[in-house]
Design a protein around this ligand. Structure first.
Ligand code: F0G
Length: 352
């Protein structure tokens, strides 16, 4: 039978048993698309399109496992701190499980679409006067004293276990590991999860090599790229506006073992890459997801990326969640015209 969702697809690699209720929305199995025209032809560029997940981000891979295991353990409510995508995902999987979700978000710092998702899925939304790092500290403190409330941030080990399936999919699709894997880094869980997935496939003999991991942060929120925690992280890429990544130690280890690196990219570079991506491929990725593309474009230009190499860029989330950022690209609507004038307008285009 066709497996639905990452737990069914990769059960033998995950901490599940026949006693685990599988709470799924059909996450995973996302497209790996070859992108021509973004990098010079001496590189091979693939895009892992994680916006195709059920709630529009990679978070669903980890959330299916975290919520399934929480239900198995008898938890009645799920709680997380979030810059938006985790909140949307937790709310959706809690709804699917018939459980409560409480999401704690920094006030005025979450994309409108993400908040709207959490709201319609029925989550309680708690807005705090503080940033993501402060929100996470508060929920960690609370859940450490309330065992029936499951913390579903990526400090929950089931989140990373579910998210490592994306690395499996990349190798399954290519038939080998790429030379480089580039992705945005915020709280630093996902890069750690990818590394675990690549290492496990390598150890099992399913991939001869492991990729160099390239982690990209926003210049105003780049604690791993600069080596210093950031008290007041600032970037338009609100998903990765994080100054003290909870899994920073795991991410540093993963990048070191893979002989990769962390880099910072500016908001302007991300915006340019987001627009280029949309026009060249038809994909609208969110601004944070454009960080690794912006970075890879820069590294290819500067010669830091060896010609002849194969690069996978992970596009972690869907751009439609953040209409305020899309509007920064301009392109106002033309004035409306009469029905009679339509033919003339089309005629002009046909002659171009
Ligand atoms: N890309 C997107 C679209 C994200 O939403 C996030 C994190 C990341 C990248 C970074 O992943 O934290 O594992 O390093 N979003 C979290 C949230 C923090 O609350 O939705 P990470």
């Amino acid at each position: 039978m066709h497996a639905i969702g990452v737990i069914s697809s990769y059960a033998s690699w995950l901490p599940v048993s026949s006693a685990t209720p599988v709470i799924t929305l059909g996450e995973g199995n996302t497209p790996l698309l070859e992108a021509r025209g973004l990098l010079p032809p001496k590189f091979r560029l693939w895009l892992k399109w994680e916006g195709a997940n059920p709630t529009g981000s990679f978070k669903d891979r980890g959330m299916t496992l975290a919520v399934s295991k929480a239900c198995e353990a008898g938890a009645r409510a799920m709680v997380c701190a979030s810059t938006g995508n985790t909140a949307a995902s937790a709310a959706a999987y809690a709804a699917r499980a018939g459980a409560r979700a409480v999401v704690v978000v920094p006030q005025d710092a979450v994309a409108r679409g993400k908040l709207a998702q959490a709201r319609i899925y029925g989550a309680r939304i708690v807005r705090v006067r503080g940033n993501f790092d402060a929100a996470l500290a508060a929920v960690r403190q609370f859940t450490s004293q309330h065992p029936t409330v499951a913390l579903v941030n990526s400090v929950n080990p089931y989140r990373l276990a579910g998210q490592k399936t994306a690395a499996f999919e990349v190798v399954d699709a290519l038939g080998h590991a790429p030379d480089y894997l580039a992705l945005p880094v915020g709280n630093a869980g996902n890069i750690s999860a990818y590394w675990r997935g690549f290492v496990e496939y390598h150890e099992a003999g399913l991939a001869a090599t492991r990729p160099h991991l390239l982690g990209f942060q926003a210049a105003g929120a780049a604690p791993l790229a600069t080596g210093a925690a950031v008290d007041h992280p600032e970037t338009l890429a609100s998903a990765i506006r994080i100054g003290r990544p909870a899994s920073g130690h795991l991410a540093r280890q993963a990048v070191a073992e893979s002989e990769g690196a962390f880099y910072a990219v500016t908001d302007a570079e991300m915006l340019a890459a987001q627009g280029r991506l949309a026009r060249a491929t038809g994909i609208i990725a969110e601004l944070a997801s454009a960080a690794p593309l912006a970075g890879v474009l820069r590294l290819a230009e500067s010669g830091e990326l060896r010609p002849g190499t194969e690069v996978v860029v992970v596009l972690t989330g869907h751009g439609l969640k953040d209409p305020d950022v899309l509007e920064l690209h301009g392109g106002a609507d033309e004035d409306s015209i009469s029905v009679e004038a339509v033919a003339e307008a089309l005629e002009q285009e046909a002659r171009r």
